[in-house]
Design a protein around this ligand. Structure first.
Ligand SMILES: *[C@@H]1O[C@H](CO)[C@@H](O)[C@H](O)[C@H]1NC(C)=O
Ligand SMILES: *[C@@H]1O[C@H](CO)[C@@H](O)[C@H](O)[C@H]1NC(C)=O
Length: 820
């Protein structure tokens, strides 16, 4: 295949407005090829039909061939910009060619197509270069711009403007901006801006609205085409009024006060700020700023009026003052700040609060003054006088409140406590503040006193006396003691204890027993007035405390006499066999004391008040008996006619109810001489025998007396031993053990007559064993019925115990003188 080399010599063509034929030097090199390549260069925007190139000549094709080959253009583009004229063999412009539309900002722009011939088929690529023509001026997006610049803008301030656009390329595109005038503003940079860059103007000198309120500038964008094209934009600058004057508060600090608990909406303060600027720059609005914590929730400032009001709860106890930072802002945004110092005034709105730190609800009654009962704390949240606390307690109780530091108080004992007087205290603590009116609170503590055994039992009487008629039954309850103890419970539980003493050598317990619980006193034995008339003992009442306290009381028991003894004739001695006679001389005067009947009565008082009477007499007129003294006297002159042998029977009676009596025979011999008497008395038939038998009886009785003495000594000793054992046993079992009366103690016998011969005291003993057949044993019945209590109301008289008749009682037969 042969190639045809083509050389296209192209003269560089300047862009001119001439639509002329270009000169081409085309070297075509045909290498027997099917095609050859030609290039042309045309400017854009040529009119239709404008010549593009003589392709016939350039390709070496003659017209015939072109016509016969039906030369035509083949292009893949939808629009054919170039047309082919066959009969001239040239290419012409078919459509308007706009380089900017075809290739945009690309530096070079080509049209490529083929010239196709048939018979034989040939095709020849053709490239048409479209060169740029300055057909676009720089264009700004808007032809007017409005700017507002504050007069306070400083020199050097930049303002960015939108740049112009020139669609052309190369020199034909945007080359430079110019700004007119330049007295206030200048362009930032004169260098060629790239298309995308914005243009900036820089403030050169300070604006002054007062001089130039409006500034007009002209920004010109020029390209490098020939002729030069340009675009302009008008810039209208409005110089804004600078907010020269800030608002000014009337005071740097506002001070005010508000009471706590002020209701919502209460007025607090009004602030004002002034601004000399006009319009919105002089329009002031108020606000709070940077206030601490909850100030925003408590206060509110009216934006327009500057009035501050309460909107929340003000509690002095939380905040004593507030600082409200306020701002005044004008329309230009200038601000002034100030602050309001709000002092909160306290109101006595908090009641003191008592809190008990410790409290013992019971204390022994012997606690000493100063003992701390309770410690408590009182708080009042108010301040000043409203928070100044005082404490007091109810009056007339032995306690006081002492204050220690920090509102701590102690409740201490301030006097003597006595549970027996007041077992419980209601201590009401009152705490009050000094507010007007004061607020107070009460709190009641109940304090119980614990019993201490500080009271001894006390008997209801200082001493007791009781009367018992003798011959009582053993076990008889005589009366009861009662003691009281002011203490409580165990400390008041009383036991009665019989104090051990001796009565006539025997322990008191053999006479008397005390029921330790009830205090009832019982007779242990039957009393015999003739043995003992009264006795004393002590009973102790003891409580159950630890240590126990006790007191004692003296109890006197008086035995009352019963007429249980008959008078006893001491003189003249009576004997069945003896015959003793009193001698009366016949010469005796009237009133001669023949003899005296001496009798005693073991009883006492009326029961022992004896009277004497002449019961029988041989000659009643001759003798008389002194009824008081028992003296037998002659009542008339003895005459010779009176019988020698006179027999008198004198009865001795006591004054008891019923009375007891004894009789005595008195033999009186009325004679002048003893032989006369003897002869008189010898007419008793058994004179001689009598003397013999008298001697015999004397001896016999001596022997018997000796024997009885020995026996009685033995019996006495054994009885003593036996009784000692039994009494011990009795204390344990309180059973019905026999108690044997001790020996018969000598009663006192007082002479009943003023002129008696027996002025001294007779002491004599009778051994109980002389009463052979009768038992002296007493059986003690169990303590039960028959209790006679002393009325607690304290009747002065002790109950008299009725005497029971005892069958064993009788007089000694050896002393009994048979009555007629
Ligand atoms: C203490 O208070 C209680 C209840 O109010 C009352 O029953 C009691 O009698 C009071 N005691 C004294 C000693 O005042
Ligand atoms: C009984 O009381 C008297 C005086 O009241 C006293 O001297 C005596 O010591 C007391 N006896 C006892 C055992 O308490």
């Amino acid at each position: 295949m042969g190639f045809m080399c083509c050389k296209i010599a192209r003269r560089n063509m300047d862009c001119t407005m001439k639509w002329q034929v270009r000169y081409f030097i085309v070297s075509l090199c045909f290498i027997e090829a099917v095609f050859s390549h030609v290039r042309y260069s045309i400017p854009e925007e040529m009119t239709k039909g404008s010549f593009v190139g003589n392709f016939a000549q350039d390709l070496g094709l003659d017209i015939k061939r072109i016509v016969s080959g039906r030369a035509r253009i083949f292009t893949t583009d939808s629009i054919e910009y170039v047309d082919l004229i066959r009969d001239k063999g040239i290419l012409v412009v078919k459509e308007r060619i706009d380089r900017e539309m075809l290739c945009g900002k690309a530096g070079q722009c080509y049209l490529n197509f083929q010239i196709v011939l048939d018979k034989p088929i040939e095709f020849h690529p053709v490239t048409v270069e479209i060169t740029d023509v300055n057909d676009n001026a720089p264009v700004f997006p808007k032809n007017e711009l409005r700017l507002e610049i504050s007069e306070s803008a400083l020199p050097g301030a930049r303002f960015v403007l939108e740049s112009a656009v020139d669609l052309d390329v190369g020199v034909n595109t945007l080359q430079s901006y110019t700004l007119k005038p330049t007295d206030h503003f200048n362009l930032k940079s004169q260098s060629l801006p790239s298309a995308s860059k914005n243009v900036e103007i820089v403030l050169q000198t300070q604006l002054d609205r007062e001089k130039d309120e409006e500034i007009s500038l002209l920004l010109i964008a020029t390209d490098g085409g020939d002729p030069q094209m340009s675009g302009t934009v008008k810039i209208h600058i409005t110089v804004l009024d600078a907010n020269d004057n800030a608002p000014v508060f009337s005071q740097a600090v506002y001070k005010t006060a508000v009471v706590e608990n002020a209701i919502k909406g209460s007025f607090v303060a009004k602030v004002t700020a002034s601004d000399v600027d006009k319009g919105s720059n002089g329009q002031v609005t108020y606000s709070m700023s940077h206030s601490s914590d909850d100030v925003d929730e408590i206060f509110e400032i009216d934006q327009q009026s500057g009035e501050v009001k309460v909107i929340g709860k003000i509690d002095f106890e939380k905040n004593r003052d507030f600082q409200v930072n306020i701002q005044a802002t004008d329309g230009g945004g200038l601000i002034d700040s100030s602050k309001i110092l709000i002092e909160v005034k306290d109101i006595n709105d908090n009641i003191p609060v008592i809190s008990v730190v410790s409290f013992s609800d019971s204390v022994p009654e012997d606690a000493v003054p100063g003992t701390v009962i309770a410690v408590f704390n009182v708080q009042d949240l108010d301040s000043g006088n409203n928070g100044q606390i005082h404490c007091s307690i109810n009056e007339n109780i032995p306690f006081k409140v002492t204050s220690s530091s920090n509102n701590f108080y102690s409740l201490v004992i301030d006097g003597k406590l006595d549970r027996e007087q007041q077992p419980e205290f209601n201590i009401t603590i009152t705490a009050y503040d000094e507010g007007v009116p004061p607020l107070s609170i009460n709190m009641t503590l109940v304090l119980r006193l614990i019993d201490v055994n500080d009271n001894a039992p006390i008997f209801e009487k200082s001493s007791y006396t009781a009367y018992v008629t003798e011959n009582n039954t053993p076990g008889l309850s005589i009366f009861s003691l009662k003691a009281r103890d002011a203490d409580w419970n165990q400390n008041a539980r009383i036991s009665y204890i019989l104090e051990e003493t001796q009565i006539n050598g025997a322990p008191v317990s053999s006479y008397i027993s005390v029921n330790s619980e009830s205090g009832v006193i019982h007779a242990v034995r039957s009393f015999d007035y003739e043995q003992i008339k009264n006795f004393k003992f002590q009973v102790k009442a003891q409580d159950g405390g630890s240590p126990p306290l006790s007191s004692n009381v003296t109890v006197s028991i008086c035995i009352e006499d019963q007429n249980d003894n008959s008078p006893q004739i001491l003189y003249p001695v009576q004997s069945g066999v003896s015959l003793v006679a009193e001698m009366v001389a016949r010469s005796a005067d009237v009133g001669y004391l023949v003899t005296k009947v001496v009798a005693v009565d073991a009883d006492s008082g009326q029961n022992a008040w004896l009277s004497y009477k002449l019961l029988k007499a041989t000659d009643r007129a001759l003798f008389e008996v002194g009824s008081q003294n028992g003296e037998i006297r002659t009542s008339r002159q003895v005459s010779d006619k009176d019988a020698v042998k006179q027999r008198l029977v004198v009865v001795v009676e006591d004054n008891g109810q019923p009375s007891r009596s004894a009789t005595v025979n008195v033999n009186v011999a009325v004679a002048d001489s003893f032989p006369e008497v003897l002869s008189e008395f010898s007419d008793f038939t058994h004179d001689k025998d009598y003397n013999d038998s008298l001697t015999f009886y004397l001896v016999l009785s001596l022997a018997v007396v000796s024997f009885l003495f020995i026996v009685s000594v033995i019996v006495l000793v054994s009885v003593k031993v036996y009784r000692w054992r039994q009494s011990r046993l009795f204390y344990k079992s309180n059973g019905n053990l026999p108690v044997i009366p001790s020996a018969y103690y000598p009663p006192r016998y007082a002479d009943v007559g003023a002129t008696g011969t027996l002025q001294h005291v007779y002491n004599y003993e009778v051994c109980m064993t002389t009463d052979s057949g009768k038992s002296e044993y007493r059986y003690i019945r169990p303590v039960s019925q028959n209790l006679v209590n002393v009325d607690s109301s304290g009747a002065e008289t002790m109950p008299h115990i009725q005497k029971e008749k005892l069958p064993t009682e009788s007089t000694d037969p050896s002393l009994e003188v048979s009555a007629y």
